[in-house]
Design a protein around this ligand. Structure first.
Ligand code: PHE
Length: 501
């Protein structure tokens, strides 16, 4: 049975840490610094801060505020606006659930590497640096030649994945009251580890050159749509909005609790973490450039290549305590990933189901974790990298997030409407937001997201198939969107049996 009164964060700080935990993730380390470097340094930072004000924070405020208003997760929020909108609350639930199926696999890689780092398994010195790529693709992933060769699950990754889902289950099965304090610990430890990495990085030989690459400013870039695409897409992804979960996290705020300040703290805390992480990343990149005498263009500075090749290369070549810094790095990645994974599981998937069907939280959590694990097995196979973190990622964490987010802002902005939400959040918040908020929600956020989806998405993936994959593989992107949309209509049409207060 669902409870009679809604669960809540025991303390304000628990909510903030949980929200920050969901926002801070792999993207802060492996996407933001790269974008900054590739898009004109300081110019990118300007675009990012503007994006934070006009897109990120209004959107975050919307999700927290609407969740709190209806004391419900995403489907309850949209069902509350009108039964005919409930599907729009389910679509991001699918997005969240599917992201988690491969996000947890990437976490399994980090776990595998945390173990490997203890002995610097890929090798020390120049030999280790040269072998890091083969170790990743050959030994760890055992990657096949393409998406048509799925092969079999890689045992070590399968074990890692199982461990991660057990941990996720343990954190979420009692709901917000455990998620809050766990997030506080996870985030503090992650930040301490990040600080260790920054200090190690900036004291390495060659660090200064790497940091120059990170922050060297080219203002003319502000005229390029690429910079705005990079900034806006990163804001949407990094704040973990558009994935249903923030509505649920907002719904656990106590009736008299603040919304506005919390949204600002979350937005800026996440941005600050990204900016700080860039120092760890690019000082290390500079070290590799000097140690191997290669230009920055030859070092993988983003995504999977940064985390699983560039870092191991650096660890191999460090002057001392190599295993220590390797373990710290991969544990840090694991922790920031973990708090995002249980956010997706609980806020994004379990809370919506419990709210809708009135099922027991523990049983629902067990069901979601088991199904998430079973689907994730596909991504631990030899072809898993192609299907999960690449093709499915494009479908859900790019298109799914942007499309559901734009629609959600339009419906809340025009139907609910935005002014009512603003008055509501202002009534209990530490400071007031002005009518600018309405304009952002009704026009600017949807327009910004549409720009990202069209400019960085449709314009590329329609004329040429995504990622250079064969059409049949990249069409999975459109199929995923369509199937999840239909399933969302089905769920939205079903009767609500859970509590609604
Ligand atoms: N915000 C997380 C990050 O920056 C990514 C994430 C996406 C987390 C989706 C949860 C869900 O890495």
């Amino acid at each position: 049975m669902a409870e009679l009164t809604r669960e809540s964060w025991g303390k304000r700080s628990y909510f903030i840490f949980a929200a920050l935990g969901s926002a801070v993730g792999l993207g802060n380390l492996w996407r933001f610094p790269y974008l900054c470097y590739a898009n004109g340094g300081g110019a990118f930072l300007v675009a990012y801060v503007i994006g934070l004000f006009v897109i990120g924070i209004p959107w975050l405020l919307l999700e927290f505020g609407m969740g709190k208003y209806f004391a419900s997760s995403a489907p309850g929020v949209f069902g509350g606006i009108g039964k005919k909108w409930e599907w729009l609350g389910w679509w991001p639930v699918w997005v969240a659930f599917l992201i988690n199926t491969y996000y947890t696999v990437v976490m399994a890689w980090t776990l595998r590497y945390a173990v490997a780092a203890a002995t610097v398994e890929w090798g020390m010195g120049k030999a280790g640096a040269e072998g890091a790529g083969d170790f990743f693709f050959g030994t760890v992933l055992q990657l096949s030649g393409g998406p048509d060769e799925i092969g079999a699950p890689v045992p070590a990754l399968l074990i890692g994945l199982a461990i991660i889902w057990v941990v996720v289950f343990l954190v979420v099965h009692k709901g917000a009251k455990v998620i809050g304090p766990v997030s506080q610990v996870v985030m503090i430890v992650a930040w301490v580890f990040l600080a260790i990495l920054v200090v190690r990085g900036i004291t390495l030989p060659g660090a200064a050159q790497g940091l120059n690459n990170y922050l060297e400013t080219d203002w003319s870039k502000l005229a390029s749509p690429d910079v705005w695409f990079g900034a806006f897409s990163q804001i949407a992804f990094s704040l973990s909005v558009g994935m249903a979960g923030m509505y649920a996290y907002g719904s656990f705020i106590k009736k008299q609790g603040d919304v506005n300040n919390s949204a600002f703290i979350t937005g800026f805390g996440d941005a600050a973490t990204s900016f700080f992480a860039g120092f760890a990343v690019f000082s290390t990149v500079g070290f590799i450039m000097q140690a191997l005498s290669i230009p920055v263009g030859e070092v993988a500075t983003r995504s999977v290549g940064l985390a699983f090749i560039t870092w191991p290369v650096a660890v191999s070549m460090m002057p001392g305590a190599n295993a220590f810094f390797g373990v710290v790095f991969f544990t840090c990645l694991f922790l920031v990933g973990l708090s995002s994974a249980y956010f997706l599981a609980y806020g994004g998937t379990i809370a919506p189901l419990v709210d809708k069907f009135g099922w027991s939280r523990t049983k629902t959590a067990a069901g979601v974790c088991i199904v998430g694990f079973l689907i994730g097995i596909l991504f631990t196979t030899n072809g898993g990298l192609y299907w999960g973190p690449d093709i499915l990622d494009r479908a859900v964490s790019f298109y799914g997030l942007l499309i559901t987010g734009a629609l959600a802002c339009l419906v809340v902005g025009w139907v609910f409407p935005a002014s009512r939400l603003r008055e509501y959040v202002n009534s209990t918040s530490e400071f007031h937001i002005g009518p600018w908020f309405d304009v952002m929600v009704k026009v600017v956020v949807p327009a910004g997201l549409l720009f990202v989806a069209v400019y960085g998405g449709f314009m590329q993936d329609i004329p040429e198939s995504y990622g250079g994959y064969p059409r049949w593989a990249s069409n999975v992107i459109w199929a995923t969107l369509l199937v999840t949309l239909i399933l969302s209509f089905v769920l939205g049409a079903m009767k609500t049996r859970g509590r609604r207060d």
